[in-house]
Design a protein around this ligand. Structure first.
Ligand code: ADP
Length: 447
């Protein structure tokens, strides 16, 4: 501004000097008018130049190099600069917030997919990409209907009735490992849609297991119930002598006992699932448990085979286990009971508690029975899974014994190991870690 005023005054002075040099009055007047006009144009030229610089800078959009100025134009530049900086900062903040929002959606365990009015993919997270087998880079702005060809989804997408979700196969699904997805579209904005996908494989499996379980329990209870009802009917309709009546009542007692055992095993399982983990501070002498199990095994063996099998009980050291006494007893007696039931009456059974060098302990039951084919071994701990169905039933099995043992082992931080081969017998063992094992000072039981 200062220089503009100086230049303006200099021009005026120069014009006055020139006017002074003219002789005639009209000439002086004309020149003075022209000089005044020239000076005004010069003033305007300065303004036009500054205005043009501002316009050029605004058009360039380069906010990093802001032109400086002074005076009136300086203030204009200053105010524009402040406004631009304010806008830049708010754009940056919005961008940051958007990125945070997208990161949160990326971290979602559910698939999230945004579609435009035409059903084209605008954005998707990694979970959605793996659910539908899409590629975030390649499939952007592609029509979702062309990429996801599952018939259930195609019908849902085409019907445009999004009140409920649809269940479809995931892209990674195979016959060996099925993957089930629940997909739900939510319309929003002007014709846009938000698609949410959820992996419900575990949920579906749990539901299928629950259905199987109910069907199995009903079946297991119905069989002895039908037999019982038959006997009751016979007793009611026929005139039987005392001996026959006794025989029927004996058979009825067996069926009632079978149902009782089943209900008791079911209750044990539900207790194991629903109760807190067994205490790690309550120590139990396994010697006492061994004595109890031995008596039970002898009784069972005598009941089944008419005589007690050869049972070798060995306790390598006075082991103590931390946990639940009833659960430990249940696991041990289940394994010993199976060995008695699934091996020949003349074959010996070896039951042993051995101490490991690293401080843990192993409880093992080895029999010389029929053994188990390898394909059955991974499924033995499933509820109601039986290899030899008739043998299990004849000997009073419920099909829940090994499921109980597995639960007890897990709850005690232990592992159930099965080593068996057809014709070679089986060895079932529970391996306890050092945290739950200690050796008592005194040997409580001489084996
Ligand atoms: P169950 O009450 O039928 O014995 P379990 O869960 O205890 O049920 O065992 C599941 C199946 O595993 C049994 O039906 C049987 O076929 C098989 N099994 C368990 N223990 C033995 C064993 N020691 N020898 C051979 N087969 C066994």
């Amino acid at each position: 501004m200062f220089w503009r005023v100086v230049l303006f005054l200099l021009c005026q002075l120069l014009a006055a000097a020139m006017v002074w040099s003219f002789d005639s009055g009209p000439q002086r007047l004309l020149f003075a008018a022209l000089a005044a006009l020239g000076a005004s144009y010069l003033w305007l030229l300065f303004d036009a130049l500054r205005g043009w610089r501002l316009l050029r800078w605004l058009r360039s959009g380069d906010t990093s190099h802001i032109p400086l100025g002074s005076g009136f134009w300086g203030e204009v530049f200053d105010r524009v600069r402040k406004l631009v900086r304010l806008r830049d900062r708010s754009v940056l903040e919005s961008d940051k917030r958007l990125q945070e929002f997208l990161s949160a959606l990326q971290a979602s365990p559910n698939g999230v997919l945004l579609l435009d009015q035409e059903g084209r993919i605008e954005w998707l997270n990694q979970t959605a990409a793996s659910h539908f087998g899409l590629d975030a880079g390649r499939d952007m702005l592609q029509h979702l209907g062309n990429l996801v060809r599952d018939p259930a989804f195609a019908a849902y997408f085409a019907a445009r009735d999004y009140r409920q979700d649809v269940v479809m196969q995931g892209r990674a699904s195979s016959s060996a490992i099925p993957v089930k997805l629940s997909v739900h579209m939510h319309p929003y904005g002007e014709g846009r849609s938000l698609l949410l996908s959820r992996d419900i494989t575990a949920l579906e499996q749990a539901e299928a297991m629950r259905r199987d379980f109910v069907a199995n329990v009903s079946h297991e209870i119905r069989t002895p119930l039908t037999v019982l009802a038959g006997f009751v009917e016979t007793l009611q309709s026929l005139r039987l002598d005392e001996e026959e009546r006794e025989r029927y009542l004996g058979l009825m007692a067996v069926q009632a006992q079978r149902m009782q055992t089943l209900v008791s095993d079911l209750l044990t399982l539900s207790r194991l699932e629903g109760s807190p983990p067994p205490p790690a501070q309550e120590w139990h002498t396994v010697g006492t448990l061994m004595t109890q199990c031995k008596q039970e095994a002898q009784a069972l063996s005598a009941l089944l085979w008419g005589h007690a099998q050869e049972l070798q009980f060995t306790l390598e050291a006075p082991v103590e286990i931390a946990g639940s006494l009833s659960e430990l007893h249940s696991a041990m007696s289940n394994l010993i009971g199976n060995a008695v039931r699934y091996s020949a009456p003349d074959k010996a059974i070896a039951v042993r508690w051995s101490v490991q060098p690293h401080g843990g302990a192993i409880f093992s039951v080895r029999d010389q029975g029929q053994g188990i084919a390898p394909e059955h071994i991974p499924r033995l701990t499933e509820r109601f899974y039986r290899v030899d169905r008739s043998r299990s039933r004849e000997t009073g099995g419920t099909g829940l014994g090994l499921a109980i043992v597995k639960h007890v082992a897990q709850r005690h931080g232990a592992e159930l190991l099965i080593d068996s081969a057809p014709g070679k017998g089986s060895c079932f063992s529970i391996s306890f870690t050092a945290q739950r094992v200690r050796i008592a000072a005194e040997h409580p039981l001489e084996s």
